[in-house]
Design a protein around this ligand. Structure first.
Ligand code: COA
Length: 175
């Protein structure tokens, strides 16, 4: 009887985004996706036409800190077309989270564009957990810049960085 040789299959997905900064919503997508994929590459898209609060280097560093104890998560950045990066990394799929119907429309459009650019690339979408439905990086940045707490929305290290970057306590001035 022939015994099939066992190969270690690496079932890897790329999770692309701006991550400016990463929220618990993103963290939840990565952790849940690890039940399906052996490895997740969280990839910061370098997009020079978009204004970001954190530089690519800062975002990559924060992501690395957030996932430092998770050996199956790699953090990287990429420029150019996402489908080219997916092929270059030998990944099986693109992973994205969906919160609302607005996300769905946007994701559907991007998914169709990616598919027409590269028909071999598959795309997997995970519905967000209800408690993360209204989180977005910009809402969180506004809260912190106005002195509010984002403790429930982002990892501690991210909140500390947001505070450092955005929170300017008001100086008592003349009335
Ligand atoms: N939980 C919380 N927030 C979430 C979230 C989740 N699960 N998923 C998305 N968001 C929020 C983000 O915080 C961000 O909020 P903001 O707009 O307030 O900053 C927003 O949703 C969208 O962010 P993101 O997921 O990072 O998407 P993006 O539109 O910035 O990036 C890319 C999309 C990177 C995947 C896309 O631009 C891309 O593929 N770029 C490469 C170039 C390319 O190939 N283009 C052709 C593809 S069509």
């Amino acid at each position: 009887m022939k015994t099939a040789r066992r190969h270690k299959i690496t079932n890897c997905a790329i999770y692309p985004g701006s991550f400016d900064p990463i929220t618990f919503g993103h963290v939840s997508v990565v952790r849940r996706a690890l039940k399906i994929f052996d490895r997740i590459i969280v990839a910061v898209a370098i997009n020079t036409s978009k204004r970001h609060t954190f530089s690519v280097k800062e975002r990559v560093r924060m992501l690395g800190q957030v996932f430092q104890s998770e050996g199956d998560v790699e953090v990287d950045s990429f420029s150019g077309l996402l489908v080219d990066y997916v092929k270059e990394r030998g990944a099986r799929a693109i992973l994205r989270g969906i919160r609302t119907m607005t996300d769905f429309d946007y994701e559907f459009q991007m998914a169709l564009a990616n598919k027409s650019l590269e028909p071999t690339v598959e795309q997997v979408f995970m519905m967000t957990e209800g408690k993360y439905l209204y989180y977005s990086s910009s809402i969180i940045k506004e809260i912190v810049s106005l002195g509010g707490s984002a403790r429930e929305m982002v990892p501690e290290i991210v909140e500390a960085n947001l505070r450092k970057k955005l929170w300017k306590p008001k100086r008592p001035g003349p009335h």
